[in-house]
Design a protein around this ligand. Structure first.
Ligand SMILES: Cc1cc2nc3c(=O)[nH]c(=O)nc-3n(C[C@H](O)[C@H](O)[C@H](O)COP(=O)(O)OP(=O)(O)OC[C@H]3O[C@@H](n4cnc5c(N)ncnc54)[C@H](O)[C@@H]3O)c2cc1C
Length: 440
């Protein structure tokens, strides 16, 4: 038996969760159950895999198990960017190998298309999905150099880009803080918690979703037996869609890095405050430096700030850490919006990214009857949706060029053992954040 020695526990203050529709979560499983298909993880990846399995096998029951409530975990805690274009921070033009970049673009677009269609089909209006593009913005020389190089890479890939400079930027994003921004039109922005809640409530009828049900141990054999606090689930085939927690199910051990990043949401701006900043009414900014700040103006006129990282090896939130990062968020916010210094944050939270040292995710078979789409590497809204869907299609014998691409892609690298791992990761995070300068 494999004991799952790290179980999810996120902090209690995810802003998107609390400001979206309160729903009645599906009841936890009490006792035993059994199904040909069991999916673990009620985030973007698991929801997509469960839905597609149910559509591919309409005669079969699919059980989807989520340790917390849907919308409360990382899938409901992100900044809500559904990004199309690739951004390879290891390549000089941030694009690198063109064939690889095209595949990533198509994968992301596939995820975007699935989410857009589901929002329309199930009328998930409170997801506020808007095709608004994104601004990648910079203030430091290093950041400007990134934008110039990335522009060349994107143009070589045939993607539309627009450079916006100086004061002109204020008309777009309500701040003259940045020197330059690269606008790419393909990104969609969403209220991520409302979106995953809506996805959970529109699953096909042959999916049984158990929320607040944590899997604590697994027996692998001809049938797979999953243990939870009040009983067992017997599965014909198991699909792991639980991001970095997948490495505690006996696979890919020490290959993922649960790195947390943090968000804050202000209260809604008053009409006078909105007028004081100007700009468009709905936009999203990502930083040129990976250690910089993400910003959004939301559908309900709040400002979102996301920055700061911590390494939480057990994948759980660290007590008191949100108080610490709120100070950093405040500084970043007031630098960008000096007329809004009286506007308080209503929520500050963190969420775990399933990072890997080489940036590779895992897709495919883990052992007989066990499959996974794991390690979101920070952009799992669209990637998780696409990989969860493609995995379910592969299990139904439907192979596609993107499936072949994912199966052939590099797998996550090994991490060095502790304590060297924590020392190394903490050093990288600390120096990265210090070097980000004003981008943070
Ligand atoms: C602050 C922040 C900002 C971000 N911004 C963006 C962004 O703008 N765009 C973007 O694409 N990505 C962003 N991300 C990353 C994105 O949220 C993740 O890539 C995405 O959530 C991954 O989805 P997933 O379904 O693979 O995994 P998760 O969302 O991590 O879902 C896995 C689920 O598995 C459950 N689980 C784990 N173990 C068990 C168990 N033993 N039993 C039962 N259930 C279990 C967990 O509770 C969890 O809900 C951001 C993340 C954060 C924290």
């Amino acid at each position: 038996m494999v004991r799952v020695d790290a179980l999810p526990r996120d902090d209690s203050s995810p802003g998107w969760f609390h400001t979206s529709r309160m729903r009645q979560p599906k009841a936890p499983l009490i006792g035993d159950d059994k199904a040909p298909w069991v999916v673990i993880g009620g985030g973007f990846t698991g929801l997509a895999a469960a839905r597609q399995l149910a559509l591919n096998f309409p005669q079969d029951r699919v059980i989807l198990v989520e340790a917390q409530q849907v919308g409360f975990g990382t899938s409901g805690r992100n900044a809500g960017f559904l990004i199309d274009v690739p951004h390879d921070i290891g390549a000089p033009d941030y694009i690198g190998d063109k064939t690889n970049a095209k595949n990533i673009l198509h994968l992301n677009q596939r995820g975007q298309g699935i989410l857009r269609d589901l929002v329309e089909q199930h009328n998930i209006v409170d997801a506020h999905l808007r095709h608004s593009g994104k601004y990648q913005a910079a203030i430091e020389d290093k950041g400007i150099a990134v934008l110039n190089a990335y522009r060349g890479g994107l143009e070589a890939l045939g993607e539309k880009v627009e450079l916006i400079e100086g004061n002109e930027l204020k008309d777009h994003i309500g701040t003259s803080f940045y020197r330059k921004a690269l606008y790419t039109p393909g990104t969609m922005l969403v209220q991520p918690s409302a979106l995953v809640k809506g996805l959970a409530d529109s699953l096909p009828e042959n999916v049984t979703l158990y929320e607040d049900t944590v899997i604590t141990a697994v027996d692998y054999g001809q049938q797979i037996v999953l243990h939870h606090p009040t009983g067992r689930i017997t599965a014909g085939k198991l699909i792991l869609g639980n991001n970095h927690f997948g490495q505690h199910f006996g696979f890919l051990e020490n290959r993922m890095l649960p790195i947390f990043t943090y968000g804050s949401l202000t209260r809604p701006l008053t009409p006078a405050e909105q007028a004081s900043i100007g700009g468009q009414e709905f936009w999203g900014v990502i930083p040129a430096d990976p250690f910089g700040s993400t910003l959004r103006r939301t559908h309900d006129n709040r400002i979102l700030v996301r920055n700061s990282f911590s390494f939480n090896p057990d994948g759980r939130s660290k007590d008191g850490y949100t108080d610490k990062v709120r100070v950093a968020h405040r500084l970043s916010f007031e630098r960008r919006f000096p007329t809004l210094t009286d506007v308080p944050f209503e929520h500050t939270w963190g969420g775990g990214l399933g990072m890997t040292r080489n940036g590779a995710g895992f897709f495919g078979e883990l052992r007989e009857n066990v499959y996974g789409a794991l390690a979101c590497n920070g952009l799992g809204t669209v990637r998780g949706t696409a990989t969860g869907t493609l995995l379910a299609n592969m299990l139904a014998g439907k192979m596609e060029p993107l499936t072949e691409f994912l199966l052939a892609a590099p797998k996550p690298n090994w991490n060095p053992p502790q304590p060297a791992l924590s020392i190394g990761v903490n050093f990288t995070l600390r120096t990265g954040q210090a070097k980000a300068g004003l981008e943070a």
